[in-house]
Design a protein around this ligand. Structure first.
Ligand SMILES: Cc1ncc(COP(=O)(O)O)c(C=O)c1O
Length: 395
């Protein structure tokens, strides 16, 4: 087991992860496949361990944002199919082919670069999924005509295996499904147009976590599950009764110094907070350089002994302070070494990633993604520590 010497850690419940994947599996039609999106270090949860767990679950595909993320997984011994959802430049194509990494294809010059690849010794071909832009305005070919012409050319490239085609919904997490329906119809037109020319790609996919919950009938052949797998609903507007999700990540630390300070004692840089007389202040070994943003100053809370207490003063690079007057009692004051939860549950109290996101003016996706390599990941199964990853000590 890897060690870490600061009590700050992200606890990752492998049971919750499994339960979320099973919940999607149960809710989706049997023939619908599932891709687990482990990009951005698995939304902050740790790409390798999450990918291993998804692989053990029997996931059909893993999704990453760029080739380096796929290389990390292959380097860790992960053998499941991997789709790079973003751009792969020409100089990464040969490596992708040799390591069985599927690329997303939408550019003519990349098609030409595939044509120019030296043939693989054992005849391996580079697998690709064509990306179609149906209204996200990000990556992808526009419309049926452009896609059909591109696919026609791609099918003549001997070193290329066209395995699939996909699109991405821009507003699947909204209650109003009219834009998603429009995108689904546009995508359907592309599929039909290709079929009319005798082209049928084996794996057509469109849905993200939100569409997987609300409109699985518009998923086509596979749902690409990201945020939902981590137990967070994509938005307030999706139908939470359809799939029961459980948050996977908790952010925890401990008090490393506790003291009662005199009236008006300045707390942290800029002394933006002056303590009340005798206020009990706890110091936590976590700060903005861990991904606990300085922009949470004056807004964030922490759970101590099942009570929500405020962060006091400016959040520093490695540390921050909390006011402990509402937790503990004169007979049993909060001391050093007590558990502090910044995201997650403690007793009946909870701080959600959503709540932190609202304080930052962002979405929960960003909150978990911000947690970086300084924060060890402690993976738990059945309440017991199963794996510890501390990339600072062992990258
Ligand atoms: C192409 C693509 N598919 C699927 C996903 C997963 O999205 P979500 O986390 O909302 O399920 C993403 C993430 O942004 C994506 O970019």
């Amino acid at each position: 087991m890897e060690s870490y010497y600061r009590p700050t850690r992200a606890e990752i419940s492998l049971d919750a992860l499994r339960s979320n994947l099973e919940a999607y599996r149960r809710a989706l039609p049997k023939e619908t496949r599932m891709l687990a999106s482990v990009k951005a270090n698995a939304y902050g949860h740790g790409a390798v361990e999450i990918a291993k767990e998804a692989e053990a679950f029997g996931i059909d595909y893993l999704g990453v944002a760029f080739l380096d993320e796929a290389l990390q997984l292959r380097g860790a011994g992960i053998r499941a199919p991997i789709l790079v959802l973003g751009f792969v430049p020409a100089d990464g194509l040969e490596l992708a082919r040799d390591l069985d990494i599927t690329i997303t294809l939408f550019r003519e010059d990349i098609l030409e670069a595939i044509e120019a690849l030296p043939p693989h010794a054992e005849g391996k071909r580079l697998k690709a999924h064509i990306k179609v832009d149906t209204g996200m305005g990000r990556l992808g070919l526009l419309g049926a005509g452009e896609a059909a012409a591109f696919i026609g050319r791609a099918m003549r490239v001997p070193g290329l295996e066209l395995e699939g085609m996909f699109t991405h919904y821009a507003r699947a997490d909204e209650a109003d499904k009219s834009y998603t329906e429009l995108q689904y119809r546009r995508f359907g037109e592309v599929v039909k147009h290709l079929e009319s020319r005798g082209v049928r790609l084996p794996l057509i996919h469109a849905a993200n976590s939100a569409a997987g919950i609300d409109t699985p009938e518009w998923a086509c052949g596979m749902v690409r599950i990201g945020i939902g797998m981590y137990g967070l609903y994509p938005s307030e507007e999706v139908n939470r009764t359809r799939i029961a999700l459980e948050p996977v990540l908790s952010l925890k630390t401990e008090t490393v110094m506790v003291k009662n300070v005199p009236e008006g004692w300045g707390i942290s840089y800029g002394t933006r907070y002056f303590a009340k007389d005798g206020e009990r202040i706890g110091t936590l070994p976590i700060g903005y350089a861990d991904g606990f943003s300085r922009m949470l100053t004056g807004k964030a809370h922490a759970l101590v002994r099942g009570v929500k207490v405020p962060v006091r003063g400016t959040i520093c690079m490695d540390q921050c302070m909390i006011g402990l007057d509402d937790a503990g009692s004169p007979d049993s004051p909060v001391g050093c070494g007590e558990e502090v939860v910044l995201i997650g549950r403690q007793g009946d109290a909870v701080i959600t990633a959503d709540e932190v996101a609202a304080q930052l003016g962002t979405i929960h996706y960003e909150v978990t993604c911000m947690l970086n390599a300084r924060v060890p990941r402690v993976y738990k199964r059945s309440g017991q520590i199963a794996i510890v990853r501390n990339p600072i000590v062992r990258p």
